[in-house]
Structures are given as structure tokens and as C-alpha cells.
Design a protein around this ligand. Structure first.
Ligand code: ADP
Length: 319
């Protein structure tokens, strides 16, 4: 069973408003999957449906071999998954350990299994120093560690994280990702996350970007970057008019942003020759590598065609 999630033509209506408009995608077992989109794109709605918290309006979803919405399959799905929500949902007056164990008991695990699982999450999330602290007294980063431990106490095969690092300081964000990556490598758990941070999305094995409830783009980070985020050379000339004439003479395509001339590059190496040819007239320059931010912004602005690429409504890019 290579896919742990198979989604076909999933739809969700809130009254007359269609928030998710027939999306289809799959997630490979043991992979790290990033689900991206601007605010209101339909990420949380989709995650809530996949994690059985919200009913779909239409479509077919299979998770870990179980059919969402069919008989007792939802119970089996719930046992297969863990969820880390955007907001913390634990009990303030209880300690970290009490909160996690309480959650574990809901899964009716034997006492021994529960203790083993607690030892497992305590090790990975480094809970030694905080396990006896009350949840309300924790810092933002400590709360997030506890939230993740709670989601993992039944050792799920699939972990959903809805913007798990929003609002965290950079050090905590790094800790969260290092922990998840190590755990994922050790246990082959599948990670499905949404994020606003493109540098986090770059770490995923596969990315799906949604816009207005539809899939706008999907592929591996490398393929998306290579195809849609071109490297570029940014030049400021001593004299704008001369620079412009020079570029036209060389038949180089460019666009201009105030005094900066932006030249798309097939590779960063291409900049060497251009700079050599124009060096007398250049006041300053920068060679900029394309990033996932460029891809995301291009999708939001419907600018994929500007980047000289296909502008189909939905584009898949495989390596
Ligand atoms: P995202 O997580 O990508 O920010 P959401 O899934 O939260 O997006 O929302 C998708 C769209 O559905 C938005 O336009 C939002 O306003 C709308 N929406 C979300 N929840 C509800 C709801 N309970 N009732 C009506 N509209 C909703």
C-alpha cells in the first residue's frame, strides 16, 4: 500500500459557499507532505475533513486503507492519525504528563503500552524538564512540544500538523522540525503539514499548493523551484538609459523595477558572461537564486505564465 492518503474529487460546502472545489491528490506512506495556500485557500477545511473532524460534502477519501465516512472506518482512521492543531487544546491546570496520559487513556491502550509510548514521546520531545509543570505555566515553545507529544501518544502512522510553527520563535521552529524529522526517519511515520513558511515547505518530499479551494500546483520542491522560480541577475547601471540600450543591443530579456533591471537566468553561471560584457556600465549587481517564495507568490498572482511556464489551472511537476 504505497499511499497512506488517497483523495479523489473532494468537495466541501459551507451553505452555498464551496470552500473545497473537487481536489484530488495522494500522499505516499512514510513521506513528508506540505499543503500550502494563502489564508482562506481551504487548508484547514481539508485537514479537518481528512482527520474526521468535519464531514465532506462529496468525494472519496481513503486513509491508511480505510474509507472516510464509511461505517466504523472513521474510528480506524482516528487510531491511525495524530493531529496538532493551530491552537493549543490542552488543559491549563494539568501538568504536561497528566495532559498527555489523559489523552492516551482515550485510546484504551494497556497500562504498559501507555507507559512505553509516554517514554517514547518524552524522549523525542525532550519533556524531562517540563513534565511536572502545569500546562498554563509553559512558554510557547514548551506548549508546542507538549501538543506534539499529545498527538503522538498512541504512536499514529500519520501525523497532521496545521501550521504547527506559526508564532514560534526561530529556535523553537528549528527544534520542532529537527524533532519531527528525526522521529519520521526512525519510525517511517507520514507527516502532513500546512505552513506559511516556505523554507519549511522546501523540506517536504512533495508539495500541493491550493488556491480558492482548487489545486494550483503540485510537485517536489526541487521540481517546482527549477521550473517556476528562475534564478535572476539584478543590475543597477551608472546610467539607466545606457543600460537599457545595452540590454536591447545584447537581445537580453529583462524587466525593470525602479532603477533595478531584472534579467532571468537559465542558471546562475549565465551571469558571469553578462557581467563581463557590461562591467564598465554596472554600478552594482546581485545574483539571486529562485526560492519557493517566488513559486508561492507567482501562484497567488497568477503569474506562472510570466515565468515563461505553462499556465494551466493545475500543473503537476514531477522530476
Ligand atoms: P485556510 O485554512 O487555507 O486559511 P479555511 O479552510 O479555514 O482556509 O477556509 C476556507 C474558506 O472557507 C474561507 O473562505 C473561509 O472563510 C471559509 N470557511 C471556513 N470555515 C467556515 C465555516 N465554518 N463556515 C463558513 N465558511 C467557512
Amino acid at each position: 500500500m504505497p499511499n497512506i492518503i488517497d483523495v479523489t474529487d473532494l468537495r466541501k460546502n459551507y451553505g452555498n459557499f464551496e470552500a473545497v472545489k473537487g481536489i484530488s491528490f495522494c500522499v505516499k506512506r512514510g513521506s513528508v507532505f506540505a499543503f500550502l495556500g494563502a489564508n482562506g485557500a481551504g487548508k484547514s477545511t481539508t485537514i479537518e475533513i481528512l482527520s474526521t473532524l468535519l464531514k465532506k460534502s462529496a468525494g472519496h477519501v481513503v486513509i491508511n486503507g480505510y474509507e472516510l465516512g464509511k461505517g466504523k472506518h472513521n474510528d480506524a482512521i482516528r487510531r491511525s492519525i495524530g493531529i496538532v492543531f493551530q491552537e493549543s487544546i490542552l488543559d491549563d491546570p494539568l501538568t504536561v504528563k497528566e495532559n498527555i496520559m489523559l489523552r492516551g487513556r482515550l485510546y484504551r491502550l494497556s497500562k504498559d503500552t501507555l507507559e512505553d509510548n509516554y517514554a517514547f514521546v518524552k524522549k523525542y520531545l525532550q519533556l524531562d524538564d517540563i513534565e511536572q509543570k502545569r500546562y498554563r505555566s509553559l512558554s510557547g515553545g514548551q506548549r508546542r512540544r507538549t501538543d506534539i507529544a499529545r498527538a503522538l501518544i498512541h504512536r499514529p502512522q500519520l501525523l497532521f500538523l496545521d501550521e504547527p510553527t506559526t508564532g514560534l520563535d526561530p529556535e523553537t521552529r528549528q527544534f520542532v522540525w529537527e524533532t519531527l524529522n528525526v522521529m519520521q526517519r526512525d519510525t517511517n511515520m507520514t507527516i502532513f503539514f500546512s505552513t506559511h513558511y516556505m523554507e519549511e515547505a522546501e523540506q517536504a518530499d512533495y508539495i500541493v499548493m491550493i488556491k480558492g479551494g482548487e489545486i494550483a500546483l503540485e510537485g517536489t520542491p526541487n521540481a517546482l523551484r527549477t521550473q517556476f522560480a528562475k534564478d535572476r541577475l539584478e543590475i543597477v547601471f551608472h546610467d539607466e538609459k545606457i543600460g537599457e540600450a545595452l540590454l536591447q543591443q545584447l537581445h537580453v530579456s529583462y524587466r525593470q523595477k525602479q532603477e533595478v533591471f531584472i534579467l532571468p537566468l537559465a542558471s546562475t553561471k549565465e551571469a558571469i558572461e553578462l557581467l563581463e560584457t557590461m562591467k564598465e556600465d554596472i554600478a552594482s549587481f546581485e545574483v539571486v537564486k529562485g526560492t519557493m517564495d517566488d513559486v508561492f507568490i507567482a501562484v497567488q498572482k497568477n503569474e506562472l505564465d510570466v515565468l515563461h511556464q505553462k499556465s494551466d489551472k493545475s500543473v503537476s511537476v514531477y522530476e
